[in-house]
Design a protein around this ligand. Structure first.
Ligand code: ZN
Length: 103
């Protein structure tokens, strides 16, 4: 019987997960890379030039002035839960071989 490669792929242990996604900055950077793999692109005018407002983590388009965040338009939009908790929940849900609590 053939083995399913997806089912037997090596997972990410908790220590490695914490090293890669342990801080809000790391999770934000990972989300930026996932959303805009070639760099920021304005959703309104498709300009790639922007300025970044660090305290609120907002991207401001240099073309049209639109302010947006990496969360806008994703499942994380309007969530006040830190990305570290979202990433941990996604990690636990996808790596757990048993049931996990929704809490
Ligand atoms: Zn724009």
């Amino acid at each position: 019987m053939a083995r399913n490669k997806v089912q037997f792929q090596k997972g990410l242990d908790m220590a490695e997960f914490q090293r890669l996604y342990g801080s809000e900055e790391q999770c934000h950077a990972a989300l930026v890379t996932m959303r805009w793999p070639t760099g920021f692109i304005c959703p309104k005018c498709t300009t790639s030039k922007y300025s970044f407002c660090t305290p609120k983590r907002l991207f401001q388009c240099s073309g049209c002035g639109l302010q947006t965040s990496v969360r806008a338009g994703t499942v994380f939009q309007k969530s006040k839960t830190p990305l570290t908790k979202w990433f941990l929940a996604m990690h636990l849900m996808t790596c757990s071989k048993n049931d996990i609590s929704g809490m």
